[in-house]
Design a protein around this ligand. Structure first.
Ligand SMILES: O=C(O)CCC(=O)C(=O)O
Ligand SMILES: [Fe+2]
Length: 322
């Protein structure tokens, strides 16, 4: 089957399967967004399965499926790293409005966070940065990354939004620097590109992960409520005494240019702020799509991502018309 050369998900859905389209519309109208996202993922899988099968079996792919995260080394070359770090440096040198705390998104899930927390900075991009971002995305989604994501989702995907950040040392980490799963549709995939080394022990900032199965066991034992920012913990031992489970926590050693792909809504994870220096990173947030990412990027551009840079609430969105 040919993918209709129109990136409007709605018209593709209508053309491919009017009945499923109607079902999706009904679930959205009824406010059953989780069902809508599930239905939509099924639809994307059907479209992908009908296309050519270009999945590659890399060890990383198996990790993403079974553990919920995988590291892909050396995705970005020196020049891509330099360009993105240049953008961050410019933002930090410029006036304050260019650098904003992630938590200033004004969303209710960020309520309760201390205003004095100034350690995690999200860089606001301007229209003039978009060509640079586009060329970054094209480099960042190399063949290894794309086949890992497509194999995990069994579907095409598109870049829903991105976040560029610099994290400084802090004694009081909060937000995504405490243990959580992201409050997002189950199919959402995050890719974090480190622009700085993490150090062998993560001393320059890193990310901790509890593999999928251990995540499920910890939550079954503790009923951990990571959605409430005030209840989030820095150390999982506070909510789970089972040492065998906690021994499974992994802190991937990241080199500048490496990517870590993870199922953010499914696997417990926590950013780890640097002890010294700083951590620079770019996050791409992906969602299933009926058309390949490149087609979406060429046809839809990046302008629509601008409004999402400080956190986009996909959980309450219509997946076919986000
Ligand atoms: O900053 C980090 O290392 C964690 C990021 C995170 O929580 C996410 O992307 O969902
Ligand atoms: Fe997260």
């Amino acid at each position: 089957m040919q993918i209709v050369s129109d990136t409007s998900n709605l018209s593709i859905l209508k053309a491919v399967n009017p009945a499923v389209y109607q079902g999706l519309e009904n679930t959205v109208k009824a406010g059953q967004f989780e069902n809508a996202h599930q239905l939509y993922l099924q639809m994307c899988r059907t479209v992908k399965a009908q296309g050519q099968n270009n999945s590659v079996s890399l060890p990383a792919v198996a990790d993403l499926v079974t553990k919920g995260f995988c590291r892909i080394p050396q995705v970005l070359d020196e020049s891509a790293i330099r360009e993105m770090r240049g953008l961050i440096e410019r933002a930090f040198r410029g006036d304050n409005s260019m650098v904003r705390k992630l938590m200033e998104g004004g969303q209710k899930y960020f309520e309760g966070l201390s205003e004095s927390e100034q350690f995690h900075h999200c860089v606001a991009v301007t229209e003039s940065d978009l060509p640079l971002m586009k060329s970054f995305i094209v480099k960042a989604l190399n063949m290894s990354v794309v086949s890992a994501v497509e194999a995990a989702l069994q579907s095409h995907f598109y870049v829903n939004h991105f976040m560029i950040s610099r994290t400084l040392p802090t004694k009081n980490p909060s937000g995504s620097f405490t243990w959580h799963r992201d409050t997002a549709p189950a199919s959402q995939i995050h890719i974090m590109y480190y622009l700085t080394d993490s150090g062998e022990k993560g001393e320059f900032g890193s990310t901790d992960f509890l593999p999928l199965k251990a995540t499920q066991e910890v939550e079954a034992k503790s009923a951990y409520n990571f959605r409430d920012m005030k209840s989030r913990v820095l150390d999982l031992a506070e909510i789970c005494p089972d040492k065998d489970l906690l021994d499974q926590i992994e802190r991937p050693v990241m080199r500048a240019g490496d990517a870590i792909i993870f199922s953010a809504p499914q696997v417990l994870h926590s950013g780890v702020a640097p002890v010294s220096l700083q951590r620079d990173a770019v996050l791409l947030v992906l969602q299933p799509s009926l058309a390949p990412w490149k087609q979406q990027l060429e046809q839809a551009g990046l302008e629509f991502m601008m409004s999402r840079v400080f956190g986009h609430f996909n959980l309450f969105s219509n997946p076919a018309d986000p």
